[in-house]
Design a protein around this ligand. Structure first.
Ligand SMILES: *[C@@H]1O[C@H](CO)[C@@H](O)[C@H](O)[C@H]1NC(C)=O
Ligand SMILES: *[C@@H]1O[C@H](CO)[C@@H](O)[C@H](O)[C@H]1NC(C)=O
Ligand SMILES: *[C@@H]1O[C@H](CO)[C@@H](O)[C@H](O)[C@H]1NC(C)=O
Ligand SMILES: *[C@@H]1O[C@H](CO)[C@@H](O)[C@H](O)[C@H]1NC(C)=O
Ligand SMILES: *[C@@H]1O[C@H](CO)[C@@H](O)[C@H](O)[C@H]1NC(C)=O
Length: 511
């Protein structure tokens, strides 16, 4: 072959293979952290010549090529809406947390689907090769999915919600798989297993009665799609990308169409702002970073607990960066507050020693990635679960806010500051990063795979469309039980009649 033709040929191959996909992305949740998980992936898809239309509450501030936002958000940014609470993480608050999710879901549905910009978009008659949708508490958006006859990829910014796993017929055995809200690890006591099992049933009931029904109403009202009747469509999601990894979130089985991409939100490090960089660089004894995330109001931190932390900080050698939105009074000289912090960059700074966190999944993953030990103060939602998992895999210790006193804070700090704990966190980091493909490449591979095989129905298990009684073998168990009972009954009858005859014969003989 002529040498000059080779580049031409390569160009030809590339241009035929990299046919850009037209992708609709639906991110309906009101919490921004859910979008932040998948934004780097979306940017990467756009960079690779795929055409994105993103229905979102948090549109891009800069014009991005191949990216169009359909804004369904309000101007008010939905962050900082929860109070930090000493009672948080207890059973009662976790119970209430589910209801909060239901309410947020209803709001996202009615508010989002009704937005003018979305309704205008629906009149455009667009065609898509793929639909990617966040699967969480807003199943009403599945009605939107139904309007475009394209393969669907689900996105889960945490572990797949317990009530969604049925769509994929994913094993969810509560004997060792903790549900989202119980906050157990994978080794449970008898009573914990009882609670975990009830919690699984409870989650499913909540879904049936408080999410599916109202979701259907919103979907009917704004889109004209009855999602409860379009049952098949709900169970027709081709693939789920979940923001977990077994090295951190504990091992459990996943069906072939659920793919773990935990850590996908971690981007190339950016420059740390000068003020923070200087503060960290100049701390010879290292730095402790404390942040309760973006949805918890920093100034709702109970004052006695805050003072306990400040007292401990005043007694240690390290410098402390505390993400705190308002003025912090009485702070020791080694403590500096910042209202915004580049978290991933701070955590990977060489002087970083300890992260004190609320246990949000994104921050937890970043700490694991950077090999930094964590003191977790779990509050709501999946935070107790993340905390328990992190503790089990050797990445941190748990300190419930109600137990936080000067003494316990100092004890926890001393524990995670030890070289042994640092080594443990670094080992975990190595296990977390050790993968055949990076989370980003894994996600893109599978997205293109689903498009290539037009929904890839061959990776879904047969259990997806099985009725529950068949999947749980209730019919088989009943059938076998029936046979065993009938057989035992017959044997009993035969034995009884033989026994009776023998007795009669004996009676005749003796008389
Ligand atoms: C990208 O998507 C928009 C719809 O949002 C469509 O108008 C446009 O033609 C698409 N471009 C390509 C190259 O498919
Ligand atoms: C879904 O909602 C619509 C409108 O509210 C209602 O008429 C319909 O019966 C619901 N579907 C089911 C299966 O309950
Ligand atoms: C902090 O240290 C890093 C690496 O040692 C260096 O690149 C950076 O310029 C320093 N920044 C400041 C503000 O001192
Ligand atoms: C915080 O304190 C500084 C100095 O004490 C003051 O100038 C500033 O106005 C205060 N800010 C708020 C929000 O209270
Ligand atoms: C299921 O998805 C495939 C594409 O992935 C689509 O062709 C089919 O119509 C869908 N079935 C239902 C019942 O929605």
């Amino acid at each position: 072959m002529n040498h000059k033709m080779i580049p031409l040929l390569i160009l030809l191959i590339i241009s035929t293979c990299s046919h850009g996909l037209n992708i609709l992305v639906i991110l309906p949740h009101v919490g921004k952290s859910h979008q932040l998980v998948f934004e780097p992936l979306l940017k990467q898809l756009a960079l690779r010549e795929h055409n994105l239309t993103v229905i979102t509450r948090f549109p891009q501030t800069k014009i991005t090529p191949n990216w169009r936002d359909i804004n369904i958000g309000d101007d008010e940014v939905a962050t900082e809406f929860l109070d930090i609470d000493v009672e948080a993480g207890t059973r009662l608050t976790q119970f209430a947390c589910r209801l909060l999710l239901v309410e947020l879901g209803k709001h996202s549905c009615d508010d989002g689907l009704g937005k003018k910009e979305l309704q205008m978009f629906l009149k455009e008659n667009n065609q898509f090769d793929l639909v990617m949708v966040e699967i969480f508490n807003t199943n009403c958006f599945m009605g939107l999915v139904k309007l475009f006859d394209a393969p669907v990829i689900g996105l889960s910014s945490s572990r797949p919600p317990t009530w969604i796993e049925r769509w994929f017929a994913n094993p969810e055995n509560p004997s060792y798989i903790p549900t989202t809200f119980t906050g157990f690890s994978d080794s449970m006591t008898f009573l914990q297993r009882v609670e975990n099992t009830l919690s699984l049933v409870w989650d499913k009931l909540i879904y049936e009665y408080f999410i599916a029904g109202p979701g259907n109403h919103s979907s009917r009202r704004y889109l004209g799609v009855d999602i409860l009747k379009e049952f098949d469509a709900m169970y027709n999601v081709s693939l789920l990308l979940t923001n977990t990894h077994f090295s951190l979130n504990l091992p459990r089985p996943f069906v072939p169409n659920i793919i773990e991409v935990g850590g996908i939100h971690i981007e190339e490090p950016k420059e740390i702002p000068n003020k923070i960089a200087k503060f960290m660089n100049e701390s010879s004894e290292g730095v402790i970073y404390m942040s309760m995330g973006s949805t918890l109001r920093g100034n709702s931190f109970p004052s006695d607990k805050r003072n306990a932390f400040l007292k401990v900080f005043s007694r240690i050698q390290q410098r402390v960066i505390w993400k705190w939105e308002t003025n912090l009074t009485n702070k020791p000289v080694n403590v500096e507050t910042f209202s915004w912090t580049p978290q991933r960059e701070i955590l990977c700074h060489p002087n970083m020693k300890v992260f004190i966190s609320h246990g949000g999944l994104l921050g937890t993953i970043e700490a694991v990635y950077c090999g930094v030990p964590v003191i977790v103060i779990p509050q709501y939602g999946d935070q107790p679960l993340n905390a328990k998992a992190l503790e089990k895999v050797g990445g941190g210790v748990i300190l419930y806010l109600q137990d936080a006193t000067e003494k316990t804070i100092l004890q926890s700090l001393n524990k995670v500051l030890s070289p042994k704990f640092k080594k443990s966190a670094e080992d975990l980091s190595e296990r977390f990063k050790d993968r055949p493909l990076s989370p980003m490449e894994t996600a893109i591979y599978w997205i293109e795979y689903v498009a290539k095989y037009r929904g890839a129905p061959h990776i879904r298990t047969a259990a997806v469309l099985m009725p529950a009684y068949q999947y749980l073998l209730i019919d088989v168990i009943a059938f076998i039980a029936l046979i065993v009972i009938s057989f035992s009954y017959c044997m009993y009858k035969i034995a009884a009649s033989v026994f009776l005859k023998l007795r009669r014969r004996n009676k005749i003989k003796t008389s």
